[in-house]
Design a protein around this ligand. Structure first.
Ligand code: IPD
Length: 275
C-alpha cells in the first residue's frame, strides 16, 4: 500500500465504525446537547460521542498527526508533529439526523499543511452514509469509489438538464441572501436539491446524483473529504477564477458546467461571496 492508501484505509475503517455508532444512537433516540451558531444549529449527544470516538481511534493509529473536528473546533484541536491533520465531521447533516432523514454522514479527511481549504493538500478521505450503507472513498491520485466501484462525474451536461445542489447557512440574514441567489439560478438549471449534508452533496457530484454543487460559508470539516472525492471522480472543485475552493465558496462540477455556474454566480454579485 502507498502512504495515501494507508491513510485512506484508516479513514475508511474509522468512518465505517463511527457510522455504525451514530446509527445505533439514532435508533435509541436523539438527544440535543446544545445549540451552536443559532438555535437552529444544534449538536446532538451523538455528534460529540462520534467525534470523541473518531479522535481516540485516530490518535491510537496516528499519534503524531494533528486533529480538527467540528465539535471541538480549532481551540479543541491539536497540531501534531507530522505535518498531517485529520479533519473530521462526526455527523454532517445533523438536522437530517435529528429528523431521521437518511442523508447524514461521517466525514473524515486527512490533509497536508494548514487545515485551511485555501492552502491544504488533501491526501485521503472517507464519507460514510450509514443508513444507506454507502461508503465513499478517495486518495490523492488514486480515484474515487463508492463501495469499491470507481466513480466518474457526469460529463457534458447542458445547464437546462443539470441537477444543481446547494446548502444554506444557519444564520437567518445569510440564508435570505443565499435564497435570493438561488432563485436567480433556478431558471437556468433543471432543478435544485438541498440534500442537507455538504459532504454528501460533494459525493453526489462524484457519483452523478448531482451534476453540480456550490455553497458558501462551509467549514473545513464539511468539505475536506467530499471535495477530494469529487475531484478524484473528475470534477473541477474550485472557488472563483480557478482559485482553490475555500470556506467562503466551493463549486464542484464537470469543468464546462462549472464555468456556467461560475458566470451566473458572478452575475448575481457572488464574486464577493456571502457566507
Ligand atoms: C451542515 C451541512 C449542510 C450545509 C451547512 C453545514 P452540519 O453541516 O453540511 O448541508 O448546508 O452549511 O453546516 O452542521 O450538519 O455538520
Amino acid at each position: 500500500m502507498t502512504g495515501h492508501e494507508e491513510l485512506l484505509q484508516i479513514a475508511a475503517d474509522i468512518a465505517a465504525e463511527a457510522g455504525e455508532l451514530i446509527l445505533r444512537r439514532r435508533r435509541e433516540g436523539v438527544e440535543i446537547a446544545a445549540s451552536k451558531s443559532s438555535v437552529e444549529d444544534v449538536v446532538t449527544r451523538a455528534d460529540r460521542e462520534s467525534e470523541q470516538f473518531i479522535r481516540e481511534r485516530l490518535l491510537a493509529a496516528r499519534p503524531n498527526d494533528g486533529f480538527l473536528g467540528e465539535e471541538t473546533g480549532a481551540e479543541g484541536g491539536s497540531t501534531g508533529t507530522s505535518g498531517l491533520t485529520w479533519v473530521v465531521d462526526p455527523i454532517d447533516g445533523t438536522v437530517n439526523y435529528l429528523y431521521d432523514i437518511p442523508a447524514y454522514a461521517v466525514s473524515i479527511g486527512v490533509v497536508e499543511g494548514e487545515p485551511d481549504p485555501a492552502t491544504w493538500t488533501a491526501l485521503a478521505g472517507a464519507v460514510v452514509n450509514p443508513v444507506l450503507g454507502e461508503h465513499y472513498t478517495a486518495s490523492r491520485g488514486g480515484g474515487a469509489r463508492l463501495n469499491g466501484r470507481v466513480l466518474e462525474v457526469n460529463r457534458d451536461v447542458a445547464p437546462n438538464v443539470a441537477l444543481l445542489g446547494t446548502g444554506f447557512s444557519y444564520t437567518a440574514s445569510r440564508r435570505m441572501e443565499q435564497a435570493a441567489v438561488l432563485g436567480a439560478l433556478l431558471g437556468t438549471f433543471r432543478d435544485v436539491r438541498r440534500i442537507g449534508s455538504a459532504a454528501l452533496d460533494l459525493c453526489s457530484v462524484a457519483s452523478g446524483r448531482l451534476d453540480a454543487y456550490y455553497e458558501s460559508g462551509l467549514k473545513p470539516w464539511d468539505q475536506v473529504a467530499g471535495a477530494l472525492i469529487a475531484a478524484e471522480a473528475g470534477a473541477t472543485v474550485a472557488g472563483f477564477d480557478g482559485a482553490p475552493a475555500t470556506t467562503q465558496l466551493i463549486m464542484a462540477a464537470d469543468a464546462p458546467l462549472l464555468a456556467v455556474l461560475e458566470r451566473l454566480l458572478v452575475e448575481q454579485g457572488f464574486a464577493t461571496p456571502i457566507g
